[in-house]
Design a protein around this ligand. Structure first.
Ligand code: UPG
Ligand code: MN
Length: 667
């Protein structure tokens, strides 16, 4: 079964275990475990409530028995706007879910569906399609109207008792736990327009107090784990970011094929889908596609014990996420534990569960250490996954043709660099902590996986090698100092081999994984920018933290942009626009190489014989490539008039810095 399911990735759609709908073995239907789905959001301004509820609706509409499905929205923004949007979604789901099921809609995020399909030909279907689209548009308008005002009107407040939980004193960072069960599957009235039951839907904003660290997404997830254990206690937990809608209504059943497999499931802790995005443009100038990560690196890890946990699109067994250690005897054991009966009424449940999301609940417990997601690391997901694997569990990477989840990738250069700073910082922190895959992982995970983690763990220190290569050879070129062997020397061969093999392989790997030549070139540019800025800052911040300065942060990636910024993203024009120190570094490095190249050209024009340049050939090549790859930077510095250009202050700073660097005497 197991191997067969894996083969599905290659398009051999096999219906393993009979779990997929419409299959023969109805018997399995009864055995299906409860699935709790956690959606995390943190800020209604940069994660618009309409986007969040599209994700919620897409996971509510999974092809899975609704009485076994519960969806929880964690709102770290503690915003009544998000709550209002969720309330609207709970009403709209009564039409949307039956529509999806009757017409086999795909994808089941209304926004994504209506923007990719047009009016169906069949008249019956067309009528339904138009009426549901109108309902959706009306709802979206209502939500956007309230979001624009930034405040919920009194009329709407009166519609639901949940709004009473926002009292005058509550702010984002200081409020008590807000918990509302919007749909209770035990309620006989919780049915859709066709009379079918609806999945449970819960809104949670855990308590926030300034004196308690809230531990960002990890803290939110742990509160969800506890609250859900009281309300639905699904044995499987799916975790998605608020922008990652479900693009495939079969994903739950697919994941269960691994998690319930008769032979192997007892050793599997989680099933991870890759991160894919639906806003990637044709040539992908910010290299958001992760071709090589998804097709090479994660498959490699999969073959060595399993991929990392990357925080979204991941199905966990509740037990293992809560700290359970692997033991051989577990085989076949967990299936028996089904459907705990909850006696309390919805409002009683709300009151008793609220306590579990209070700040003080975790004091003197193992939460954040041995239980749930681990605290203190900007990539809480990766360190948690690693510790699960070190407890003896395996994981599965599943990447079917029809993508399981689609999210929103960064649309400006700065957003991208900030995201990568967080990631590189998180990975190096793990590498330098007691959880280092080489030390802690020794004897616990396979050597292949130990090394696999190092690829990411060593991202950050890589900045130094890159900085050396983009600065020193060019400066030496300017001064006429040769660093590499002559082209005619046999010592040139190893250099030529490394360069050709490295870049030839990199291009090949990129294209085998599904990328294009242009995309690869953009990928090289982004690697350069990431290494010289994001990784450098990530490394420095880590060192500062190790020395006791600075504290953990989590800068949430924006999922919306101004109209003209989005337009430039569509047109694939690189977005600078703000004066960030990262841009000063990028521009300075570009100019420094430009000046060196100009220096060479000047000498040629002045009549210096070409032979003089032979010992400098590799440096000229490197410097020339640096100038070409930085063309968008020069455009941003000197040739653009739009708001996305490099700001004048950055231009001035970088020119001064580059000139200073060029005037350093080297002997
Ligand atoms: O205090 C916080 C901060 C963030 N989030 C949520 O965490 C998710 C991820 O945040 P985002 O800004 O989108 O970060 P990304 O860089 O896109 O996230 C990737 O990397 C993170 C770790 O760095 C993981 O947590 C994510 O799951 C993974 O998708 C979002 O849904 C946020 O709403 C919270 O719930 N609380
Ligand atoms: Mn994200």
């Amino acid at each position: 079964m197991f191997q067969q399911k894996k083969k599905m990735e290659d398009g051999v759609g096999l219906d393993c275990l009979g779990l997929n709908s419409g299959s023969v073995s109805i018997g399995y239907e009864k055995e299906l475990p409860g699935v709790d789905i956690f959606v995390c959001t943190a800020d209604p301004m940069i994660e618009p409530p309409t986007m969040v509820i599209n994700t919620v609706l897409s996971v509510m509409a999974y092809d899975y028995p609704p009485e076994k499905l519960s969806v929880y929205l964690s709102d770290d923004g503690g915003s009544d706007l998000t709550f209002y949007a969720l309330l609207e979604a709970s009403r709209f789901s009564k039409q949307w879910l039956p529509f999806c099921k009757n017409f086999m809609v795909e994808p089941r995020s209304p926004d994504a569906y209506f923007s990719t399909t047009s009016l169906p030909l069949d008249p019956v279907e067309a009528k339904e399609w138009s009426s549901i689209k109108k309902l959706y548009d009306d709802m979206k308008n209502r939500i956007e109207m309230e979001t624009k005002f930034g405040r919920i009107s009194q009329d709407i407040r009166r519609e639901h008792k949940g709004f009473l939980q926002w009292d005058s004193g509550s702010t984002r960072r200081d409020h008590k736990t807000i918990l509302q069960i919007l749909i209770d599957r035990r309620d006989p009235n919780a049915v859709d327009i066709g009379g079918q039951p609806l999945p449970t839907l819960v809104y949670l904003a855990r308590e926030k107090r300034p004196q308690y660290p809230h531990n960002f997404k990890a803290g939110a997830m742990n509160a969800l784990i506890r609250v859900s254990s009281k309300i639905s206690d699904g044995q499987i937990i799916l975790n998605v970011d608020c922008d990652m809608y479900s693009n495939n209504s079969q994903s739950v059943r697919d994941a269960l094929c691994f998690l319930m497999d008769e032979e192997k499931s007892h050793e599997i802790a989680f099933v991870q889908y890759p991160q894919n995005f639906d806003n990637v443009t044709k040539n992908d100038i910010y290299s958001n596609s992760f071709w090589v990560v998804n097709e090479v690196e994660f498959r490699g890890m999969d073959g060595n014990g399993g991929p990392m946990y990357i925080g979204t699109g991941c199905f966990h067994k509740r037990d293992t996420l809560c700290g359970r250690k692997y033991r051989k005897e577990y085989k076949g054991e967990w299936k028996g534990r089904n459907d705990r009966k909850v006696e309390e009424s919805a409002s009683e449940l709300e009151e008793t569960s609220k306590i579990l999301a209070n700040c003080s609940y975790e004091e003197n417990t193992q939460w954040g250490k041995e239980m749930g997601l681990m605290y203190g690391c900007p990539v809480e997901d990766v360190i948690t996954g690693l510790s699960i694997q070190c407890r003896g569990w395996k994981s599965i990477y599943f990447n079917p043709d029809r993508k399981g989840f689609l999210g929103v990738a960064p649309t400006t250069l700065l957003q991208l660099l900030i995201q990568h700073k967080r990631w590189s910082e998180g990975h190096i922190q793990i590498f330098l902590s007691k959880y280092c895959s080489l030390i802690f992982g020794h004897g616990r995970i396979t050597p292949g996986l130990q090394m696999g983690y190092c690829v990411y763990g060593l991202w950050a220190p890589n900045c130094f090698a890159t900085l050396y290569y983009v600065v020193v050879p060019s400066l030496c070129l300017l001064k006429g100092i040769s660093l590499f062997p002559m082209i005619s020397s046999p010592w040139f061969l190893p250099f030529a081999y490394v360069i050709i093999a490295k870049y030839g392989y990199s291009l090949g790997e990129f294209m085998w994984s599904g990328g294009m030549l242009q995309g690869w070139w953009h990928d090289q540019r982004i690697w350069l920018f990431k290494r010289t800025t994001a990784y450098l800052f990530g490394f420095m911040d880590t060192i500062l933290k190790l020395l006791g300065f600075g504290k953990s942060t989590f800068v949430v990636t924006a999922k919306v942009a101004d109209e003209d910024v989005s337009k430039r993203f569509e047109q694939e024009i690189m977005e600078f626009g703000t004066s960030s120190p990262m841009f000063t570094i990028i521009a300075t490095l570009a100019l420094l190489n430009l000046f060196s190249l100009v220096g060479v050209v000047k000498r040629v024009v002045m009549g210096t014989p070409i032979t003089v340049f032979e010992p400098l050939a590799l440096q000229i090549l490197l410097c020339g490539l640096m100038v070409i790859i930085n063309l968008p930077v020069f455009k941003g510095l000197f040739f653009r008039k739009d708001k996305g250009r490099i700001p004048t202050s950055v231009t001035v700073k970088s020119i001064v810095l580059a000139l200073l660097a060029c005037s350093i005497p080297l002997y």
